[in-house]
Design a protein around this ligand. Structure first.
Ligand SMILES: Cc1cc2nc3c(=O)[nH]c(=O)nc-3n(C[C@H](O)[C@H](O)[C@H](O)COP(=O)(O)OP(=O)(O)OC[C@H]3O[C@@H](n4cnc5c(N)ncnc54)[C@H](O)[C@@H]3O)c2cc1C
Length: 248
């Protein structure tokens, strides 16, 4: 099936997106290789314990640590529910132009859904979601065979996308999500701690919205924090002004 019409679908490479976002930040903002293992309360502050033994003292803690979030666990959320499905994803880099139009091709079959979307002239991204096949989970060669067996009736040029994908570029992920009522009844925030993105609302990739929703969370949170800081600043100014008036 071809998706066309007024709405354009664009494929963005995750690495490029992350690099573009990181480039906007002052250098040194991101501290890499810092796995959070636990969170401890210390009065108003939270002490974030890292795997290497480092302890970070935080004034505000926003957990953007994905579907297995340590912060959402600390807030009392249950582990996300497994859907009983997995997604196998791949990316192929053809030596020359693949010739596909920038259109999202979708194929449905018994118990599976598969999609193909170019993200530049040479590269094509693809996925197949289906009931989880435990035994093929960690073996890219078996994943490839499994996908090819499912899409045997699609046109040859589409099958060639999977056939030409190198094994290092094939992965499988179990699909998990958080029940909406858990979001309604759970603690999205507690004091100076909150969660955003998949840590808050992990969802299945069926409508391709998880990453988009995570970006929206970032924008909304930034606005809230900016509003709070401005309020604090104007409060301080008023307080300072009052002090000045009182000659202090
Ligand atoms: C198969 C599949 C296909 C998808 N397709 C789409 C799509 O087409 N469009 C779309 O919008 N979304 C899609 N998504 C969803 C999208 O990938 C996620 O919603 C998005 O990545 C969430 O962003 P995030 O920053 O919240 O979490 P993540 O991208 O998971 O980032 C979490 C970060 O936290 C780090 N981290 C994890 N644990 C710790 C820890 N203990 N300590 C410190 N750091 C930690 C990780 O290393 C990572 O850097 C798809 C997801 C899957 C599984």
């Amino acid at each position: 099936m071809m998706c066309s019409g007024d709405h354009e679908v664009r494929c963005v490479n995750r690495k490029l997106l992350l690099e573009a976002l990181a480039k906007e930040l002052p250098s040194g903002t991101i501290r890499f290789s810092s796995k959070v293992v636990s969170i401890e309360e210390s009065g108003f502050y939270k002490l974030v314990h890292l795997a290497d033994g480092t302890i970070l003292k935080t004034k505000v803690l926003i957990g953007c640590d994905g579907v297995n979030s340590v912060v959402s666990k600390w807030l009392g959320f249950k582990a996300p529910a497994f859907t009983g499905r997995a997604a196998i994803r791949g990316c192929v880099n053809f030596k020359s132009s693949h010739g596909f139009e920038p259109k999202f091709l979708l194929f449905f079959g018994k118990g599976f859904r598969s999609g193909f979307l170019p993200y530049d002239d040479n590269r094509v991204n693809w996925f197949l979601t289906s009931s989880q096949e435990k035994e093929i989970e960690d073996d890219p060669a078996k994943m490839k065979q499994f996908v090819l067996s499912k899409i045997e009736n699609v046109p040859d040029e589409i099958k060639a996308i999977v056939e030409n994908t190198e094994l290092d570029f094939i992965i499988s992920s179990p699909l998990r999500y958080r029940h909406p009522w858990e979001l309604l009844w759970g603690n999205i925030s507690k004091g100076n701690v909150c969660v955003a993105g998949d840590a808050l609302h992990p969802m299945t990739p069926d409508i391709g919205q998880g990453g988009c929703a995570a970006l929206e969370d970032g924008v909304v949170l930034a606005r809230c924090l900016a509003g709070a800081l401005l309020k604090e600043q104007s409060g301080e100014t008023k307080e300072k002004g009052d002090k000045r008036k009182r000659g202090i």
